[in-house]
Design a protein around this ligand. Structure first.
Ligand code: ZN
Length: 342
């Protein structure tokens, strides 16, 4: 996926900087995974070194094409090797920056997943950053800037990338994967503003799991013990599957709350199940739905934590509690918000 989606303000700011040729010595590009930070950085790097300037907005000249193809002598991309970026790689950047640009105006190094720079590599990099040679630019691209030393962060100009709108992500799915508009909206909503995440979810396994879960959730709490155990075992197979399944269930409960409390159909994610959601929402009190939602949040944070947790047991307990919470009508009915919100 080489298409930049959204981030108009950042693109305009960087384009102005490139045209004036006034970049900072070091940049820190931050924001969620899969929203296009590196694509934007590469576009900026092309604009900085493009001999055509504003006349080559698509980056099609030979210089731009060589930068895109990682085949330009003044542009180096550093990536983690075996899960980290080591001191040797940081020293390599120092060496690379010893020489002035050979062809372009700027000699540039981009470090992808910069949070994987280990501590000694960051310290080595600091030496380069403390006395930045002229005509050199360093880019650090990361979704986890808090893992970088404060001294590294403070030497960079930070560019914060916001999440993309669901509509923008959906549009990408429709354009490049020919996903139908209804389905692309669901996948984009589940992906939380990340194109990469939406593309990951666009597969038959995710669709099958979603169908199976929604079928079970559509029956409220009316679901047999054997089926619960089968469902739980299937979703606990690996962390990604468990996480996806819990998010699907969360979206379902959020939808029920939207219909039940806010009467806002446009906020419903699972638009393909709108009529079922409307029928079901009357059956539950907001308190039941919130309690069930909290169960999912707790299980998600448990399985995502560093603790060596038994995932299957956690999802067993989650489904059993959900079933118990949703099986019978809430005796206290709608008298909920008085208790929850003092
Ligand atoms: Zn160009």
């Amino acid at each position: 996926m080489n298409q930049i989606v959204g981030h108009e303000t950042i693109l305009a700011l960087l384009e102005r900087t490139a045209l004036r040729s006034t970049p900072a010595h070091s940049y820190l590009f931050t924001g969620s995974e899969g929203i296009g930070k590196k694509l934007v950085a590469l576009r900026f790097i092309r604009q900085l070194n493009c001999p055509e300037g504003a006349n080559d907005p698509q980056g099609t000249c030979s210089v731009c094409r060589r930068i895109t193809g990682s085949n330009h002598p003044d542009v180096q991309i550093v990536r983690p090797e075996r899960g980290s970026i080591r001191i040797e790689q940081a020293r390599g950047i120092h060496h690379f920056f010893k020489f002035p640009p050979s062809e372009g105006r700027w000699r540039i190094c981009l470090i992808d997943d910069a949070h994987l720079l280990n501590r000694s590599a960051q310290n080595a990099l600091l030496k380069t950053m403390e006395e930045p040679p002229a005509s050199r630019i360093l880019f650090l691209v990361t979704s986890k800037p808090y893992l970088l030393l404060p001294t590294v962060r403070s030497r960079c100009r930070r560019i914060r990338f916001g999440a993309l709108s669901n509509q923008s992500v959906a549009k990408v799915l429709e354009e490049i994967k020919q996903v139908s508009p209804d389905e692309s909206f669901i996948l984009a909503s589940m992906a939380g503003g990340s194109v990469q995440e939406a593309l990951r979810l666009d597969n038959p396994t995710f669709r099958d799991m979603r169908k199976r879960l929604i079928d079970a959730l559509s029956r409220g709490g009316v679901i047999g013990f054997g089926e619960i155990m089968g469902l739980s075992a299937a979703i606990a197979a690996d962390l990604d599957t468990a996480r996806d399944a819990i998010r699907i269930s969360m979206s379902w409960l959020r939808d029920l709350l939207s219909v039940r409390c806010l009467d806002e159909e446009s906020r419903v994610i699972n638009q393909d199940s709108l009529s079922v959601l409307k029928d079901l929402s009357e059956r539950f009190s907001p308190r039941q739905l919130l309690a069930a939602y909290n169960e999912l949040v707790a299980t998600l944070s448990l399985i995502e934590s560093e603790i060596n947790v038994n995932r299957n047991l956690a999802t067993d307990v989650m489904f059993l509690r959900l079933t118990r919470l949703l099986r019978n009508p809430d005796p206290k009915g709608d008298d909920v918000f008085g208790e929850l919100i003092p």
